[in-house]
Design a binder for this molecule. Structure first.
Ligand code: SAM
Length: 209
């Protein structure tokens, strides 16, 4: 295994778990994840941080998927610690290993920044949702202020390599709305105590039309 592969497999999941547990990020998770209900699928579930935010009274079944073996270990451990039965699989968002219309709800937090093909991943999330099903999202992305966006463009090439392929410049709401979803944005802001180039977050609900 080369150094790059070792870094991606062992260091990146730990860095992500740490960075994605800041209080600013946890506050946004708390606004979104508890809204999940019915048969739930979480895309990019690696790290398992969202496990603590699901409302067991509302979730009837949970399935999760992520390409990172280490990330999935964390997720399995978190689900087990909560006594939750979970169907957790390795895979990528561009080819979700579940049938059409399988879920009432898809949860996707801080993952569209990292997938190889966001448009295809959105099509896949749409496909696995039942008609009227909801995509609950919280994502960081391209800032609305041109000065901040300019810095995102400059920093992204280096950042991507250090942070497991995480992009800074992907638009959030507009790319979700470009699919056949009705977008209901619930909030957007710069995360406090975070550099603005890394801190623009949008969250909400998108309904399969
Ligand atoms: C910043 S982490 C966020 C993890 C988790 N969603 C959270 O909210 O804490 C990005 C996640 O996207 C996953 N990922 C990367 N490429 C992916 C792909 N093509 N499909 C699905 N998940 C992917 C990574 O393995 C990682 O777990």
């Amino acid at each position: 295994m080369g150094l790059g592969q070792w870094y991606d497999e062992h260091v990146v999941p730990r860095l992500i778990k740490c960075a994605c547990s800041s209080s600013a990020i946890m506050q946004v998770r708390d606004k979104v994840v508890p809204l999940a209900s019915g048969a739930v699928f979480e895309l990019g579930c690696g790290g398992g941080i969202n496990q603590q935010f699901y409302d067991p009274a509302r979730v009837t079944s949970y399935a999760g998927m992520d390409p990172s073996a280490k990330g999935l270990d964390y997720t399995r451990a978190a689900a087990q610690a909560l006594g939750r039965s979970a169907d957790i699989r390795a895979g990528v968002g561009e080819a979700i290993p579940f049938g059409d219309a399988s879920f009432d709800c898809v949860v996707c937090t801080f993952t569209l920044c990292s997938v190889a093909d966001p448009a295809q991943t959105l099509r896949e999330m749409h496909r696995v949702l039942k008609p009227g099903g909801r995509l609950l999202y919280a994502e960081h992305g391209r800032a609305p202020d041109p000065g901040v966006a300019k810095w995102q463009d400059r920093i992204e090439p280096v950042w991507k390599r250090l942070a497991g392929g995480c992009h800074l410049t992907r638009p959030v709401g507009s790319s979700i709305a470009a699919g056949t979803f009705a977008l209901h944005q619930l909030g957007a802001r710069y995360a406090p105590k975070t550099p603005r180039w890394a801190g623009w977050i949008e969250w909400g609900e998108a309904v399969k039309t």
